[in-house]
Ligand binder design. Structure first.
Ligand SMILES: Cc1cc2nc3c(=O)[nH]c(=O)nc-3n(C[C@H](O)[C@H](O)[C@H](O)COP(=O)(O)O)c2cc1C
Length: 187
């Protein structure tokens, strides 16, 4: 099994990095192959809505999305997104990456290529945010739902933590390590 992590936070070694690294360690213990892509470090053009992918199934841009991200997303058996909330949405670099998933949406819904027909793929969302409102993660959950749908990934589950702001704060959370280990045991 190949597990791909995508980190949305531009803050080095921040709270969402911690969530993803604990989960990935568990995956390694199980003997799975893992890789982490850092959205903020990749050179990804913003989707320009040109429609090329809708007719040709390919993006006009040749950048890190085309050469690194897309092949990894196609190869992965499980995908884990880990991100902070930025203004009730994903940070810009990760949102830019997700917008480029339009190429998979086009292949699935316009060109009907059935690329993942024989494969069962799973996806998870880890998220953190500083405030505590009940709608804090609504934006991230919806965007993840439609990202995973375009890539034929089953949205397995999510772990979202409110009240987490300062760097490293998540490590003080009383159940976080247990939560992640329990989740990892299902994989
Ligand atoms: C640009 C920016 C926007 C943010 N927007 C929100 C927000 O809308 N709601 C919220 O609760 N926290 C918000 N936060 C706080 C982060 O979600 C919080 O600090 C989180 O723990 C950062 O995670 P990280 O360490 O993985 O980067 C924002 C932080 C930044 C820098």
């Amino acid at each position: 099994m190949y597990v791909l992590g995508i980190i949305g936070s531009p803050r080095p070694k921040g709270n969402s990095h911690y969530l993803l690294s604990v989960f990935m360690e568990e995956m390694k213990i199980k003997g799975y192959s893992t890789k982490i892509l850092d959205a903020a470090k990749l050179k990804i053009n913003n989707c320009i809505g040109c429609g090329n992918c809708e007719t040709k199934g390919e993006c006009v841009f040749k950048d890190d999305f085309t050469s690194i991200v897309l092949p990894e997303i196609i190869k992965a058996d499980s995908i884990v997104i880990s991100s902070p909330v930025y203004f009730y949405a994903f940070p810009a670099a990760l949102k830019s990456l997700i917008d480029r998933i339009q190429v998979l949406w086009s292949r699935k819904y316009r060109l009907k290529t059935n690329d993942f027909k024989t494969r069962e793929r799973k996806g998870i969302l880890f998220a953190v945010g500083a405030s505590k409102g009940k709608d804090l993660f609504q934006g991230l959950k919806l965007t993840t739902k439609y990202f995973f749908d375009a890539a034929d990934i089953k949205f397995e589950t999510k772990l979202c933590y409110t009240g987490i702001d300062e760097k490293g704060k998540i490590q003080e959370h009383p159940t976080v390590n247990k939560d992640i280990k329990e989740l990892a045991s299902l994989f």
